[in-house]
Design a protein around this ligand. Structure first.
Ligand code: SAM
Length: 243
């Protein structure tokens, strides 16, 4: 069984999302197990303090190393084969390949930050750092949830049809899923493509592959354009022409 552990200050965050749909079914079927570990339980003072002001000054609070490292040790004690993953904007980017890699492993421990983030020394106690993308969330919990959801649906036996996960976007690098249609045949004047009604499986397969290729290329162009615009904006800023 795949085991996931979440090191968090807000275990209640996970109650609702893990109790519906695919994650719920996977947990109930004994294919995955998810345990939250409350990091505050590892604080040793009367106030159960987990954060403190940053050395050197500046805004916000920083997660202290003692309770966080003690919680990591507890996670490793429970599952010696776990991979401890720190969720942080500076980590390696989470992709479908990473989800596949995790799904093939015995389990992961997802370390969720809050406030200004972790005391830097905590990095020495984790196996890797992972980012959901180039934006800042207020906590690691939403990131952990995305990782968990993406991984759980890849575990053998979780999806009704094992084909579903193989045909999803990004299973083949950079390739999106093809467009899907269901009844009615005409919706507000928009018709389902004729080929899908033809019953010709070879034609349908060809059409789907072509559509997947076209939309993947369109997305690639869009991403390249966005990257180029960001680069130009940064150059303008550097040369003092920006706002
Ligand atoms: N001061 C940090 C920075 O600018 O990099 C941001 C801290 S953020 C407000 C608090 C926590 O949210 C982080 O420690 C991390 O666990 C989580 N987090 C925020 N953005 C994330 C992202 N893109 N990917 C993964 N975790 C993220």
């Amino acid at each position: 069984m795949f085991h996931a552990q979440i090191l968090t200050l807000f275990p209640e965050f996970f109650d609702s999302p893990l109790s519906c749909s695919i994650p719920k079914r996977a947990i109930e079927a004994g294919l995955a197990r998810v345990d939250c570990i409350q990091m505050r339980d590892f604080a040793t003072d009367r106030h159960r303090t987990v954060d403190d002001a940053p050395y050197g000054g500046g805004p916000g609070m920083v997660l202290k190393p003692e309770p966080v490292v003690a919680a990591i040790r507890e996670a490793r004690r429970r599952h010696a084969d776990t991979r401890v993953v720190m969720l942080t904007p500076g980590g390696r980017r989470f992709t479908q390949d990473v989800a596949l890699e995790y799904a093939a492993s015995p389990g992961v421990t997802l370390l969720c930050g809050r406030y200004e983030g972790f005391d830097e020394r905590i990095c020495d106690y984790v196996d890797e750092q992972l980012s959901l993308g180039d934006y800042v969330l207020s906590g690691g919990e939403p990131a952990a949830l995305c990782v968990l959801d993406a991984v759980i649906r890849l575990l053998p036996g979780v999806l009704g049809s094992p084909e579903s996960a193989v045909l999803d976007s990004f299973t083949e690098e950079g390739i999106l899923d093809w467009p899907h249609y269901t009844r009615p045949e005409v919706f507000e004047g928009k018709r389902v493509p004729q080929v899908l009604l033809s019953g010709n499986h070879a034609e349908i397969e060809r059409w789907r592959r072509e559509q997947a290729r076209l939309r993947s290329e369109a997305r690639r162009r869009l991403c390249e354009k966005a990257r180029e615009e960001t680069r130009k904006g940064a150059q303008k800023k550097d040369s003092g022409q920006g706002d």
